[in-house]
Design a protein around this ligand. Structure first.
Ligand code: IPD
Ligand code: CA
Length: 285
């Protein structure tokens, strides 16, 4: 599925599109939240919910992309799916952290990433993920704190326009490590067991409830590490690019690419150390 490479000269303009859509849709979901929110449906389990705001936000993102980037494809958490002809596919999560949104907790975000399909060895070195794509531009907007995280490949990561320098190296024992849990009982039970083994070895664990937020907080140096098993491309596409461009190393299990089977992000030495601990924990399950 190798394609002709996309000209990197367009990455800054893709970042502009991502940032302006994430910001405008973020403002809409914040005002919908103020008007009150109910569960519209459940997905993989009774606790995996979708609200009318998730659907409206995805509709707005898809409409905005159709207008601004009509030749690109779109893939969204709530079902948006359009094939494009340009080689760029926008991977969007209209509300990452839907349970926080439902409970009026602040950690929710709009995530918008322009991705390219690339299975070349150079692509793997550059930051391909397990879904066979690589984000080349993206934005994550946190409406409650009015924080817009942006990045494009080779251009560094920014928070509200200011460059981010990423997480510092720290020992595992002093690392503040964020993670998340899936929505099925089987997955959660396994993840709880991994946390049980990890927690005596780290400073502490955080469970923010939004993978996109976790990856951006890592990029801002407000977390030392993040890992999660079971993420979907829309959860991590923009956030992984932002963390990587801020200087974090993104790893999967063993030699695998980061993504659904496992995504680990931290300063390089800590990422490798955490990868070894997670592998040991899974080996003992
Ligand atoms: C979820 C959040 C959560 C992570 C889950 C995701 P959603 O996305 O990112 O932090 O632990 O794996 O599914 O359902 O809030 O869009
Ligand atoms: Ca999500």
């Amino acid at each position: 599925m190798s394609r002709a490479p996309i000209d990197p000269a367009i990455f800054p303009s893709l970042t502009e599109v991502a940032g302006s859509l994430a910001r405008s849709v973020g403002a809409v979901i914040r005002s919908l939240r103020d008007a009150g929110v109910d569960v519209a449906a459940t997905k993989s389990s009774a606790v995996d919910v979708v609200t009318a705001a998730d659907r409206e936000a995805e509709r707005l993102l898809a409409a905005g992309l159709a207008e601004l980037r009509p030749d690109d494809g779109v893939l969204g958490e709530e079902g948006a799916s359009r094939a494009g002809t340009s080689g760029i596919t926008w991977v969007v999560d209209p509300i990452d952290g839907t349970v926080n949104y439902l409970y009026q907790l602040p950690a929710y975000a709009v995530s918008v990433a322009a991705t390219v399909a690339d299975d070349s060895p150079a692509g793997a070195r550059a930051g391909n993920t397990a879904d066979g794509r690589r984000a080349v531009a993206g934005a994550v907007y946190l409406p409650v704190t009015d924080e817009l995280f942006t990045a494009f490949e080779g251009g560094g990561a920014r928070l509200n326009g200011e460059p981010l320098t990423g997480p510092a190296e720290t020992e595992l024992g002093t690392a503040l490590v964020a993670t998340g849990f899936g929505y099925t009982v089987e997955r959660r039970t396994e993840q709880a067991e991994v946390v049980r083994r990890l927690i005596p070895q780290v400073r502490d664990i955080r469970r923010m409830g939004s993978a996109a937020t976790d990856l951006c907080l890592l990029a801002a140096g407000r977390l030392d590490a993040y890992y999660e098993r079971g993420l979907q491309p829309w959860d991590y596409a923009a956030g992984a690019l932002i963390a990587r461009e801020a200087g974090a190393l993104l790893l999967g299990r063993d030699e695998a690419l980061p993504g659904e089977p496992m995504l680990i992000a931290a300063a390089p030495m800590l990422a490798r150390r955490l990868q070894a601990e997670i592998a040991a924990a899974y080996a003992e399950l």
